[in-house]
Ligand binder design. Structure first.
Ligand code: MRU
Length: 356
């Protein structure tokens, strides 16, 4: 299975997802600034994966702090965490990673700083390993909702590339296939950045799962024809009342699914659950550069370097643009939330911490 991120010899190695599937290129991040740049520029994306990247970025930043004094070390770690937190606001996983690493250090004032640095590196590697296990557990619970012969619709990429491995929305598909169920997947192309076309289609094809790529506006027609049995998507932040933020275009899919009586499932690792927020209205929604909408992916050569990102203009110069990267699906459209702890009605997600 494809790996989005790894810690290797004091460096963070990221698969550059902004160039997939045209090029499989890896970027070596030697410092936390490069990790932050990678999150912002979508070399790495997907809520759990950017949480892992943030943890590794903190470990890199901590490694480079020059002091033996605990208080000074903690003070110098603050801007490192803040830079990583500033990269992308919607996924709660970055905050989750920051809280986990800071929590690890909270009562360790008596230990030498060099040991704390080592602990942060080990913890960030552990977060990656744990995420793989979490995904497998989501896959086992989610596969129980998939029948032999089912057609599953998904949006964006909540696959191995968005996580430590297996994905969240894709894990039930992988496990269902391992169980011998014959499934097929419809992947929304997912404008503007085309994570469905570039990433989900690519990943599923590599794993031998039959996948059909559709334009974002096809879902209604497919559902009306009875060609979709269930929808599974990921989430960047699921809140106390069960509302979920995910890639823009998820909300209309959920409304369509309800209209057609099709179950709509959200795969949510507990690292994406934010019980500090009551409803989806409070989730910060990232707005990205207008050029993602006015331009499309294409391959051009400029200054001797091939570029794949937003290189072909499709809209008139100067047009007004809104580029909201995520939307919020109200909990009443969500059939159930698949977590590593089990499958919950959205209103019951707040009880999940009791099971941790
Ligand atoms: O902008 P992206 O590509 O980071 O958006 C990703 C998504 O919306 C995913 O569905 C979500 O992060 C869940 S990933 C398991």
């Amino acid at each position: 299975m494809v790996k989005a991120i790894e810690w290797f010899k004091d460096r963070v190695i990221m698969l550059d997802q902004s160039r997939l599937p045209a090029e499989v290129t890896y970027i070596e991040c030697c410092d936390y600034h490069t990790v932050a740049e990678g999150i912002k520029k979508l070399w790495i994306r997907g809520a759990p994966a950017i949480g892992i990247a943030a943890a590794m970025g903190i470990a890199l930043g901590a490694r480079d702090i020059e002091t033996e004094d605990f208080e000074e070390f903690m003070a110098k770690l603050e801007p490192v965490c803040n830079l990583l937190l500033s990269t992308r606001p919607t996924a709660v996983n970055i905050q989750w990673a920051v809280d986990r690493l800071k929590g690890l250090l909270a009562d360790k004032g008596g230990l030498p700083v060099v040991q704390l640095k080592e602990m942060l590196i080990e913890e960030s590697k552990r977060i990656l390993e744990e995420d793989r296990e979490v995904n497998r557990a989501i896959g086992r619970y989610g596969a129980g909702l998939i029948k032999d012969g089912d057609a599953i619709l998904t949006h964006c990429n909540a696959g191995a590339l968005a996580t430590g491995g297996y994905g969240t929305a894709t894990a039930p598909m992988f496990i269902a296939q391992e169980q011998g169920k014959r499934i097929q997947v419809f992947a929304d192309e997912t404008r503007p950045i085309l994570q469905g076309a570039r990433l989900t289609a690519w990943e599923l094809m590599q794993e031998g799962i039959p996948v059909t790529l559709i334009t974002d506006n096809s879902a209604g027609s497919l559902m009306k024809k009875g060609l979709v049995d269930l929808v599974i998507v990921g989430t960047d932040r699921t809140v106390r009342n069960g509302d979920v933020a995910n890639k823009i275009g998820t909300y209309p899919l959920a409304v369509l699914a309800k209209e057609h009586g099709i179950p709509f499932y959200v795969a949510a690792p507990t690292s994406s659950i934010d019980l500090s927020i009551s409803t989806g209205d409070e989730i910060p929604i990232e707005e990205r550069d207008p050029s993602e909408v006015t331009h499309i992916f294409g391959k051009v050569t400029a200054n001797g370097r091939e570029s794949f990102w937003g290189s072909i203009r499709i809209a008139p110069e100067g047009v007004a643009v809104r580029n909201m990267a995520f939307d919020v699906t109200p909990h009443r459209y969500v059939t159930a939330i698949i977590t590593e702890k089990g499958v919950f009605k959205p209103g019951d997600v707040r009880h999940i911490m009791d099971r941790l």
